[in-house]
Structures are given as C-alpha cells and as structure tokens.
Write a protein of this length. Sequence first.
Length: 190
Amino acid sequence: MEADASRTSPNRSDNSTPVQYGWYLVKTYWHWPVLVGVLTYMVFQFWPPILDLDPPGTTAPTFVHETIDGDVFDTADHADKVMVVNVWATWCPPCRVELPGFVDLQEEWSGRVQFVGLATDQQGMRVIKPFAEEQGLNYPQIASGALAARHFPGEAIPRTYVIDQNGDIRYTHTGFLPKSTLRRILQRLA
C-alpha cells in the first residue's frame, strides 16, 4: 500500500517552495490556533477578569449639545442615572462590534442608565445619522469629534466612560468593551 502523497511532509531537502511548505503547515496544524482561540474565549466568558472601579473623585465633564435627531442632550438632565459615554466612529470595526451590546444594555437598564454616543467621524451627520438608524441605536448620538476631544480626550477609539450618579468617572476603557463586562460594571453602580 502506497503512502498518500498529499499527507507526506515536504521538507527543506526536497524542491518544495516556502509557500508549499507554509500551506503544508497550515493544512496540518490548523486546529491548534482554533483550539487556543476557543479556549481563550471560554476563559473570558466563564472566568471574566476582575473589574476595579476607580474611586470617586474624578468629576466627569458636563456638556450640552445637539444630537443627530435635533434634540438637546444635557448631562445635567441625567444626573440621577449612571451615564455611559462612548466615543466611537462609523469606520471603526471594534465600535461596530460593541454597539449592539450597548443598544441591548440601554434597553435593559432604561430608567437607571443613560448611554450617549460621541461620534467622531469627520464627515459628521452625513454618515453618522444613516449609520445610527441602520444599527438601531436607541440612545442619543452627538456628531462632534471636537466635543469628544475637549471633554473625553484620547487618540484611540472606541473609548468608554462610566459615570456614577454623583458625576464621578468610575470606569474608563479603551478598545472593544464586551456587553458582559459592561453589564457587570452597571450592576455595581446602578
């Protein structure tokens, strides 16, 4: 019985090219990266990291600004709620992934938590409003990169700030923020 030629390993002593050898490695060992990815996902789902809230004392900025719907959003109107401020952009892949979770949490925590989005797209409302409607964003959106830069400065997006009922920033996160993590923070503050 002859050995299957497709299963034999090209080695560096035969005339295989680096690309052929690379494909051999991918086809032979593809399951290891997948297994590591699944295990990492499971660890973070079942044993989430410890969340440390910042101590009270860092007062959040207050602002009044027009939303993309023409309403006026005033942080003072929501002083009795936990507020989640998310700095994002339509072109940002991690933003697109986390927004549906924010929509769910706004609905789940309605009355106790108020989300607000600060969209930084340079094209402004022309791209933000259709995107927000398409995504079903159920909380106020403000199209102002200048407002975000002035009150919640930083280079990376998304950036998320959780503000308690006393107006103190209690949690800051840069990058994708999973819904499950944010829910745990809200459970501690709301």
